[in-house]
Each structure stands twice: as C-alpha cells, then as structure tokens.
Design a protein around this ligand. Structure first.
Ligand code: NAD
Length: 489
C-alpha cells in the first residue's frame, strides 16, 4: 500500500490484516493547507464494521492467550518503526491536518512516548495476592475485555489513536479504530506499521466513516468497550448509546480552558506561554487556552502578549484550521464579540497565505474586555483566539472558571505559592497548570478532564487506562486440608 498523496489515492478499511474497500459512499479528504484533494475515504456501514468485529473475535483467543511480556515485544518493534518513519509520518500529519511541520513532528514524538508506556506494562502491572485466612489465598488477575473500539477526532491524527491502541492491545484486547473521516490517512500508516512489527492479523482493524459507523460501533453486541475523543455533543451521544447497549465507555469531550493571570506573574514567561497555548496547532487542541482571566492590573502582560502574537504568521509558524466551515465559525465568534463591545487587539480574520489561497487560515487573535455572558466566553471556538475577561480579584477569577460547563484544563500564572495552591484546590478541571499553559500530564500520568469534558469513570491514558481496558478476575484458593467448615465455606 503506497501513501503517495494524490487525488486518486483511496483510504481503505483495514480488516484482518488486509486493506479492503468499504461498501458505501466515499468522502473527499482535503488538505487544509491549500484546499487540495489528497485522498478519498470510504464511509462504512454496519456490515463493514461487522466484518472487522468478526476478524477481531477470531484473533482474540490467540492474542489474549499470550503473556503480557510476549505481547509487548510487537510494540517494541513498532516503536522502532515510528522512529524509522518519523519524517514520513510527520509529513502525512502535516498534510492531512494542516498543523505545522514541527507540531506534526511533536505529535509523532508523543506517539512514541505513548508506545513506550505500553511497553512498560510488564514492569508496572503485577497482580495482587494475599493470604486472607490461614492456607487460603485470594489473587487478582487483570484480564482483557475482548473486542474494543476507539473513535478519534480530527485534531491529532497520529497521537490520539496512540492514546488507546498500544495500551488496549498490550493488555490483550483486539481493537477496531474509527479515525476521523477528515484525517484518516495517518491511521492507515499505523495499521501498516503494526503489521510490519508482527502484530497478528485481526488484532488491529480500521473501519473508516462518520456518524453511521460510530452508531454501528455503539450498537454492535460483540464490542465490549468504546473509547471516544471528540466534541461534547458527540461524546454525550456516544456515551449514552454505548452504555445503553451495556458497554463500558469513556468519552472525552470539548473544552474551554481558562488561564488565570495574576498581576505578579512573570511578564515574559506568562505572555509567551499564554500565546503559545492559544495558538499552538492553530488553537485546535483540547488543552488550548481559550479564556484568559486577568486579575487586577495586568496591562503590561497584555501588551507583551500583543507583541508575541504579532510574531505568529499564518502559513509560517501557524498552521491552518481544519476546514472552511471551521474558519467561518471562528471568524463569526470574533465578529459577534466585537459587535457586543469586546475590543480586538490582534485580529486574525481574513488571513490569506500567498501561494496557498485555497487553504483555511485564521491568524492569532486577542480580544480584550470580553464579558462572561458573550458566546465567545462560553462556547468552544477551537481556533487561535484568546478572549480576555477582567476580574477584580482571585476569588472572582475562580468563580468565572468554575462557571464554565467544561473542565478539561485550567492554569494559573503567578509567583505566589498561596495563589497557585488556591487554584489547584478550587479550579473545576481535570488537569491543572501552574505557570504552564498546556498542562498535559505526561506518561505515566493519565489524561482526562472533568464536567462536560469527559463522561465515564477512567481517564484515557496512563495507569488509569489499565483499569479501563481490563477486568479483574478474583480467584480464591485453598491450600490446606482443613475439613471443618464455617460461615466462609
Ligand atoms: P467530532 O465530535 O465532530 O468528531 C469526533 C468523532 O465523532 C469523529 O470520528 C466523527 O466521525 C464522529 N462523529 C461526528 N459527528 C458524529 C455524530 N453526530 N454521531 C456519531 N459520531 C459522530 O470532533 P472533531 O471535530 O473531530 O474534534 C474536535 C473536538 O474534539 C473538539 O471539541 C475538541 O475539544 C475535542 N477533543 C477533545 C479531546 C479531549 O481530550 N477532551 C482531545 C481532542 C479533541
């Protein structure tokens, strides 16, 4: 299977170790860098999904029957392939998603770290055993669930699939991946590399598509668990539908991350970090800064942010947003905020990149004097835009953060330990940063938000994912010849 990116390129399903065509419609895959068609992807229905589930069920007894140490040998080889093909994977991610080359490279590097965590599982999982009464032991073994599914969004075509694939298969499950239909090509390379690394056919499968495919996953009786990453609207649907069908589900949703900036914050570090957080990956990160709550007098920091933002140039050190609809949505939020009285300090509207006029670009945008009831303060914009809300003190700033329905990340910029501690304690978010604008917990710590940013019990990565992808088997064993019985017998 070649990955030459051309208009005639087709992105196929991957079932039982083979690339196969889905049986339904096709969708054009557009590079947001310049608006050109780079592939087309099949949209799958229930029968396509069922073929993948049958392949996974066939592969499951052999794969789950191996030891954890044997299973991760494939992932050691796979990790080497991620390194070997780094440039090609980076280019693919850049072309299909539109983020910059260096952001794409960082994404692949993170995929390596995620794979390394899965490789470490034999070192971190040792089952519990205890003598609960003389000569009687109880032990717990972690067992895989069976066939599981992972549904991914467009914003990290390489990394988000690695949040789930290495851990789920290392733990003995067989997986169906449903990539975003907007960026399905990186997943094709993941399938090819897993096969090259020696993963048995059927352990990992890809079924491409959109809403219909996701609904089929939620409904299929032989899929035991579903992980989802995407918008809150769809996360709720997937969580409700898959749990109504008695599946285990963790569904990560959207975000509206608040960064609280206090007057004593380090000026240069705060300005560069806030701007990097809001503009990295063109603001299309679930960890991106969306609202900056400025406490008291922070004019000097805002002035510095304006200088930093003006160094960011679309098509150079700022990638595209995913589609024309996304560009129009983001610009409408800016228009509406301005019409409602907010002040646009740096304006990224109508950005055009010379030579890439067909691409979808929004420049970095800073909007000051936003008020909490404006749409731009409440809703997920998902673009390189930061809305500044003013607060009189730390307490009011925390109340503004707490009022958000989301709860992925929150951060504080301050040199005061007491203020930092207050935010760590009172912010209503799953991931907190102190002088860090993108507080992603690196492996082995788990990733996951609160409130409308996540539905379900476990986090999606790190040690928490081990709980999600396994079930405990509790075994009681009697090693003595005691004949007398009691209430425990
Ligand atoms: P999306 O919700 O539109 O799509 C996600 C997945 O759901 C895709 O695979 C898509 O095919 C499928 N889908 C879309 N509409 C559907 C429907 N009506 N029914 C069933 N399935 C449907 O999300 P997106 O636009 O691809 O990604 C951006 C969103 O993802 C943002 O909201 C972002 O915050 C969120 N996100 C969250 C995290 C997190 O960790 N919380 C991480 C990355 C992205």
């Amino acid at each position: 299977m070649s990955n030459t990116i051309t208009e005639s390129h087709q992105t196929l399903n991957f079932i039982n170790g083979e690339f196969v065509s889905s049986q339904h419609d096709w969708l054009e895959v557009i590079s947001p860098l310049d608006g050109s068609q780079i592939s087309k992807v099949g949209l799958s229905g229930y029968s396509d999904l069922d073929a993948a589930v049958q392949a996974a069920m066939k592969a499951y007894p052999n794969w789950s029957g191996k030891t954890l140490k044997d299973r991760v040998q494939v992932l050691y080889k796979y990790r080497e392939l991620l390194v070997k093909y780094m440039d090609e994977l980076t280019e693919l991610c850049h072309r299909e998603n539109g983020k910059t080359w260096s952001e794409s490279r960082a994404e692949v590097e993170k995929s390596i770290e995620l794979t390394e965590f899965a490789c470490s599982m034999p070192q971190i999982i040792s089952n519990e055993v205890q003598e609960v009464s003389r000569g009687v032991e109880v032990r717990i073994d972690r067992k895989p669930l069976g066939v599981v599914a992972s549904i991914a969004p467009f914003n990290f075509p390489n990394m988000v699939p690695h949040w789930t694939i290495p851990n789920a298969i290392a733990l003995g499950n067989c997986m169906i991946l449903k990539p975003s239909e907007l960026v399905p090509m990186s997943s094709t390379r993941i399938a090819e590399m897993l096969k090259e690394a020696g993963l048995p056919d059927g352990v990992f499968n890809i079924v491409n598509g959109g809403k219909e495919t996701v609904e089929a996953i939620c409904d299929h009786p032989d899929i035991k668990a579903v992980s989802f990453v995407g918008s809150t609207k769809v996360a709720k649907l997937v969580y409700q539908r898959s749990t109504a069908n008695l599946k285990r589900c963790v569904a990560l949703g959207g975000a509206k991350n608040h960064l609280i900036v206090l007057p004593g914050a380090h000026e240069e570090m705060t300005a560069s970090n806030v701007i990097a957080s809001m503009s990295g990956c063109a603001g299309q990160r679930c960890m991106a800064a969306a609202v900056m709550v400025g406490v008291d007098r922070i004019e000097h920091i805002i002035d510095r942010m304006v200088i930093e933002a003006k160094k960011i140039v679309p098509g150079d050190n700022l990638g595209s947003v995913i589609s024309l609809q996304a560009k129009e949505r983001i610009e409408k939020y800016i228009n509406d905020a301005e019409a409602a009285g907010a002040k646009v300090l740096v304006d990224g509207r109508n950005a055009v990149v010379a030579g890439k006029e067909g691409g979808f670009y929004v420049g970095p945008t800073i909007i000051d004097h936003v008020t909490p009831e404006m749409a731009i303060a409440k809703e997920e914009v998902f673009g390189p835009v930061i809305a500044i809300i003013r607060a009189k003190d730390l307490n009011e700033a925390i109340q503004i953060e707490n009022a958000s329905g989301y709860g992925n990340a929150a951060a504080v910029f301050t040199q005061s330990g007491g203020a930092a501690r207050e935010i760590m304690e009172r912010a209503s978010a799953g991931m907190i940063g102190v002088n860090i604008g993108v507080p992603v917990p690196r492996e082995p710590f788990p990733f996951g938000g609160w409130n409308d940013s996540k539905f379900g019990v476990c986090d999606i990565t790190g040690k928490s994912s081990i709980e999600f992808w396994t079930q405990n088997k509790k075994t009681s064993v009697k090693w003595n010849a005691e004949a007398k019985t009691n209430w425990m017998s």
